[in-house]
Design a protein around this ligand. Structure first.
Ligand SMILES: [Zn+2]
Length: 279
């Protein structure tokens, strides 16, 4: 076995769940056949629906096309904060058109990234404000990327006025940031990082999020959950993160899987509830 091999598909979760944020194209699943195969692996693990997220215009076009290929797949479109340096009027017009697609269920991922240096903070902030306004006009949830920018993300949301539904994708704050998000009514989505044994502050944060404000995601192909850290990630690996969160929150695996599915259905308007109960 090599380190780059996909982790094994785990036993099916005791109740279906949803991977609320992934990048199927970046996982290499770019054709209808490969998308179906990835979603079949997800279904086998109890991950009944998947939201695949664009980070640039080419990816956004692909997301809208791919969502028509399989009823288990939904999409989100936006320009990633690291790519906002030359955010043109043409890009904005195209995103406005793409976000209106029926199976696009969120504006994302947008926000601020102060870790990478690809786009200056001023350009990121301007683009973030534009996406906040777009989410409001489109009536769709805002899916936030926040890397080392918690205070500015929260301040801009407050000054612009947050859309009705705000999701912090791959939540990365500590207990204090989590409390501020929970109090504001935001939804916190946890990725494989929450299963990393040395992520003490994040793991503490995950214990204080109410069931109703919790989502689970993979952010595949990155952030593969423990004990497969460093291997490629795919939507089925959300099942490992559900199990990790259950242990952390001292809840049954079934309860966490169901909460994440219920919340994804409510937040994104998914119909994964049609998926049969798995016992
Ligand atoms: Zn992502």
């Amino acid at each position: 076995m090599t380190r780059r091999e996909l982790p094994p598909v785990p036993e099916r979760l005791p109740a279906p769940t949803v991977d609320s944020h992934t990048h199927l194209d970046a996982c290499g699943a770019t054709t209808p056949e490969l998308v179906r195969a990835a979603l079949d692996r997800a279904s086998a693990a109890g991950v009944a629906a998947v939201v695949t997220v664009a980070d640039d215009l080419a990816s956004a076009r692909w997301v809208v096309e791919a969502c028509a290929w399989d009823e288990r797949l939904y999409g989100a479109v936006a320009l990633h904060p690291t790519r906002t340096k030359d955010f043109s009027g043409e890009d904005r017009a195209e995103l406005e058109r793409l976000v209106a697609a029926e199976r696009v269920v969120a504006v994302g991922e947008t926000g601020l990234d102060y870790y990478w240096d690809y786009s200056p903070p001023s350009a990121q902030q301007e683009a973030f404000r534009w996406h906040i306004d777009l989410a409001k006009r489109a009536g769709k949830p805002l899916m936030i990327h926040d890397r080392e920018a918690h205070d500015d993300v929260l301040a801009i949301l407050e000054s612009e006025g947050a859309p009705e539904t705000v999701v912090f994708h791959c939540f990365s704050g500590d207990a204090d940031v989590a409390r501020r998000c929970v109090d504001a009514g935001y939804v916190l989505s946890f990725a494989g990082t929450v299963t990393f044994r040395n992520a003490h502050a994040l793991r503490e944060a995950a214990t204080l999020v109410p069931d109703e404000q919790l989502l689970v995601e993979t952010d595949a192909p990155f952030l593969t959950p423990h004990p497969f850290r460093g291997r490629p990630n795919e939507p089925y690996c959300a099942a490992y993160t559900v199990a990790g969160l259950a242990e952390l929150r001292n809840q049954p695996v079934k309860a966490v899987a169901e909460a994440a599915r219920r919340n994804a259905e409510r937040v994104f308007g998914l119909r994964s509830g049609d998926a049969e109960e798995t016992g």
